[in-house]
Design a protein around this ligand. Sequence first.
Ligand code: SAM
Length: 357
Amino acid sequence: MPPLASVMSKSARHAAYSAAQAARVLWFTGHYAYGRRLMGPLTEPGAAPYAEEFGPLDRNRLKQAFRALFQRDWENIETGRYKLPIDLRRPPSLPKLWRQSRDYLRDAGKVARRKAARAHSEVYAGAQKEKFPRYYLQNFHYQTDGWLSEGSAERYDMQVETLFTGAAGPMRRQALPFIRKALEGKDAGAARLLDLGCGTARFLSEVKDNWPNLNVTALDLSPAYLGKACAALGRWKDVTYRQANAEETGLPEGSFDIITAVYLFHELPPGARGRVAAEIVRLLKPGGMLVQVDTIQYGDEPGFDILLENFPRGFHEPYYDSYCRTDLKTLFGNAGLECREETLAFLTKVTAFEKPV
Ligand SMILES: C[S@@+](CC[C@H](N)C(=O)[O-])C[C@H]1O[C@@H](n2cnc3c(N)ncnc32)[C@H](O)[C@@H]1O
């Protein structure tokens, strides 16, 4: 029997997409509202004032950019730039949703207590100090166990989708057309892609879903997150896992056609960013592409600047502000890459860089 979507009219497919996304957005917005109530305002009374250089948040533009993201996602699916995502192709598992919700809500209280106490270094302890760089051993987002436990890895996708009220998946997907372009005229089965800081492989799952015979390497410094990535990607072949620091991967020089980094660079201090950029250039083949996906930066959407300024105060993001002030063309240009294209997608920016031949 043909898949249901292929026998539906375009307007029926659009209605089905919109209904499924509206349900997701409602679900995550409810969790977001609960978490924010526990956590209180982003800044404490008496804390440093908001930067005077930024105007008020443009809420209308924010809503417009949110809606435009989903419209673009739908158009990309409809025109075959990428497939309807796996989680919209089948009904959600209610027991799984229930488990994720209960775990998120229970943990939200712990996150709120950590935020109130500014407790962001719980994971800087014991044997971990020998194994990981100092900057890595923090409770980013005030998350429980930092990047270092199975519980944290299990909870991560729910936390990210909740933070973006359901927009994280569509934002990540805006990198897929860049990959399609990089693969144009090539045999995808002969190409190699490396995802740096792959986390739980949310992005790589969509990559493999669209190009099942593309050879991919999933790299992360966290054994727990890599374990979760391995479970998510288990159904596909041609996947290699590597637990390593993106600054020094130990992978062979000139061995990748495409490198992706999704929400990695804003987690790195400036020095590490430069070292990762240099490592990317070493690993890419001449003519290879870097597809860098991360937060928008100051000036990209002037009406959102105040949001970027406030975000790291409430969510322990120690390197976020300096990332938002970093000129990406200089960062990657100094390493030897040339900027080819960029696009904004709600609160995310996707930028493609090429290693010259
Ligand atoms: C914000 S998460 C992004 C995860 C994933 N790419 C996504 O789209 O959700 C950052 C990830 O980068 C990893 N990470 C941070 N610093 C790293 C480093 N120096 N080397 C490798 N991985 C790193 C973390 O373990 C975490 O999984």
